[in-house]
Ligand binder design. Structure first.
Ligand SMILES: *Cc1c(COP(=O)(O)O)cnc(C)c1O
Length: 389
């Protein structure tokens, strides 16, 4: 922080001077990693795809490793290479690549690759050097991963490539479609299919040491899905898809009120005049909008916090700004509007925004715009549980 020594001491998420500020509190990530580690005997992969769910991939990765994560996971080889560029040395898995991706770079930079098809296997086996791979079985999403009907052939081919010294099969992975609903029958079915896939790989002569099926939801609620490694993304940043666990969210979005005005009853506000003041009121202008990632269609239900109270948004959210209905409170320009935060001070949370926008918090955090000024609070390494290194 760069306040002059004479400045009033503000909470770290108070915006100063400029516009909206996004504060990323890495202590929350460290806390969540420690909580997850206490819940599983498996190793923990910190999934930092999509720029660490919008929190900063390298910051989240470093924090998670310091708090006990042993692996990193991303989708593309590019994302994995960026982690290596930042000096991170733990195993990194990249699981979603076109068949003509730069697998030479992946192998050179010691990035593990998921193999969802025979074409991928062949391309990866042609890369320079010995590729470490994880065979990916579709365990019931019809999305990524090999269809069960193609699995035995994939395992046989992988065994042949391993014998030729082209690849080493390190792991087998799957992914559950309905894990956010504990007890959903698709979870047990996916788990059985996964166990079948591992057994088939072993029958084909492979010795995958790292079996991994669970993401955040199953890591939090289904120990039978943990196997050797859990791949956790959302829960790192405090998003619990199952709604069962008290995780800490890391983000606070705040912006100054840049102007206030008194308006008469009936005054139309914003584009399309979608909202009219029901009574004489004070409106506050806040410089954050859908260009920063706030979902435009949430306006009719959404709130922000000013002076300790929730305030409704007045009219449509614009690209760069929104207007809040401050009622009769004498709010002055320069006071802070908290758009969302951890919630402990009564401010809206990401979950609130997700509900107002009919989406999930994952979509909100990954849609935050690059224009937001970011302020990162490093995790302090004073861990009461002694699990930090
Ligand atoms: C995104 C992703 C994860 C992490 O999912 P969360 O629910 O965010 O923990 C794990 N595995 C795969 C294959 C993914 O795409």
């Amino acid at each position: 922080m760069t306040h002059p020594a004479t400045a009033t001491v503000l909470a770290p998420h108070e915006p100063r001077g400029e516009g909206a500020r996004l504060t990323v509190d890495l202590n929350a990530v460290a806390h969540n990693v420690r909580l997850l580690r206490r819940r599983t005997a498996a190793e923990l992969m910190a999934v930092v795809k999509a720029d660490g769910f919008g929190h900063g991939a390298v910051d989240v990765a470093r924090t998670a490793i310091a708090a006990g994560a042993g692996w990193l996971g991303v989708t593309s080889v590019d994302e994995a290479a960026a982690l290596r560029d930042a000096g991170l040395r733990v195993p990194v898995l990249s699981w979603l690549n076109p068949v003509d991706a730069d697998f030479d770079t992946a192998v050179r930079r010691c990035v593990d690759l998921a193999v969802p098809s025979r074409d991928h296997l062949d391309a990866i086996a042609r890369a320079d050097g010995l590729a470490r791979v994880h065979l990916h079985l579709d365990t019931g999403m019809a999305r990524d991963g090999a269809e069960p009907g193609a699995w035995l052939e994939l395992c046989r081919r992988a065994y042949a490539a391993e014998r030729e010294g082209r690849i080493r099969v390190v792991g087998v992975m799957g992914h559950l479609a309905c894990a956010e609903t504990p007890g959903h029958p698709a979870n047990a079915a996916g788990r059985r299919l996964f166990e079948w896939g591992v057994a088939a790989a072993r029958d084909a002569g492979l010795r995958p040491a790292v079996r991994h099926l669970a993401a955040s939801a199953a890591a939090l609620t289904e120990p039978r899905a943990h196997f050797d490694l859990v791949r956790v993304g959302a829960a790192l940043v405090g998003i619990d898809p199952t709604g069962t666990t008290a995780l800490r969210t890391a983000l606070t979005l705040a912006a100054p009120v840049v102007a206030v005005r008194r308006v008469a009853a009936g005054t139309p506000v914003g584009y399309g005049h979608a909202w009219h003041a029901p009574a004489a009121t004070t409106l506050g202008l806040v410089p954050v909008g859908y260009g920063d990632g706030l979902p435009r269609h949430a306006w009719a239900r959404a709130e922000v916090q000013v002076r300790g109270r929730r305030r409704r948004i007045a009219g449509r959210i614009s690209m760069d700004q929104l207007v809040v209905d401050l009622g009769d409170d004498p709010v002055r320009p320069g006071e802070t509007a908290t758009v969302f935060g951890p919630g402990g001070g009564g401010e809206p949370t990401l979950q609130d925004w997700a509900g107002w926008a009919d989406t999930i918090a994952h979509e909100l955090v990954t849609g935050l715009g690059p224009r937001l000024r970011r302020h990162v609070l490093p995790a302090d390494n004073r861990d009461p549980h002694g699990s930090l290194t």
